[in-house]
Design a protein around this ligand. Sequence first.
Ligand code: NAI
Ligand code: MG
Length: 335
Amino acid sequence: MDDSGGGEVSSTGSKKVAIVPGDGIGPEVIKSALAVLEAAGARFEQIPLEIGLSRWKRTGEVMAEEDLRTLKKCDCILFGAITTPPDPNYRSVLLRLRRELDLYANIRPFRSKDLDFIIVRENTEGLYSGLEEVGAEESRTLRVITRRGSQRIAEKACDLVGERRNLTIVHKSNILHSDRLFLKTCQDVARRRLVAYDDMLVDAAAYNLVINPKRFDVLVTTNLFGDILSDEAAGVIGSLGLCASANIGQSYALFEPIHGSAPDIAGRDIANPIGAIRSAAMMMKWLGNAEVAKRIEAAVQKALEEGKKTPDLGGSCNTRQVTEAISQYLKLQLD
Ligand code: NAI
Ligand code: MG
């Protein structure tokens, strides 16, 4: 399946990748992803950056302006996860990156033995507009839906349907009239692109993801619904730790596992590294090396089939053992 969101460049040798491990299990799973990329023979320049809670503890800020300039000079970012600092005025750095770099498409493939579907989440507007009035007695968040935002996410989702089955537009337009614009715009794009489509209310989609996930192929939805449905989809697949994502813009991208920094299991070498490894594979595909991406996914499948699993999947391997197994399969393929 084409899930990279488009391969814009052709050679990866001279590419610069900003490496942002973050906090908690972030550094553990990014270390695994880099080891697997090396075993796969992927070549690119690494620009390490400290962003997140550890940085905040040291300097009082999660990310400096200079970091943003450094990030912009790279081709893309490989991101772990960061822990939200205990500061009531903190605004999410990931949201800021998505907005500043205009990474409007959040592409989240979900794959298991018998399931294979993609959630395409609009990443820059909706309820994550950042337009809020917060008071002691009343607080408001403005939900922003634009034609342009809906159009470009629908186009991206249609690219991913390819010769597969269909597009499901997920919304709540019976209650939220802002979603009428989203629904109509997505329908227009799908019709023009000759993509088979249907639509579903978000609550029904949440239910169907559990009882009949096979009915889905590509889902396109707004920001908050996509956030919630993708953690649900991760549960249906078996673990948050298995799932990868790409945040894609016009010519820049950020790749990250969909899980957070999981402080409850950090430092114990039991985090599932597969979400981060699959994110690295999506990155290679976006960088133009689809062959490496395919080999990494095959090695991940083999590890899972052979029971090389972390405890979240009921296995008894640690992070290092799963990483080593996947790296070993890749090295055997190279010989
Ligand atoms: P979480 O995704 O970190 O963890 C939820 C549950 O899933 C935990 O029980 C955790 O142990 C488990 N889990 C997550 N990833 C796993 C993995 N790779 N292997 C095995 N188990 C895994 O969400 P939570 O606990 O709500 O948030 C923790 C921190 O992460 C918070 O500070 C939150 O703000 C932040 N966060 C950051 C994100 C990012 O940087 N992209 C995304 C989501 C949360
Ligand atoms: Mg989330």
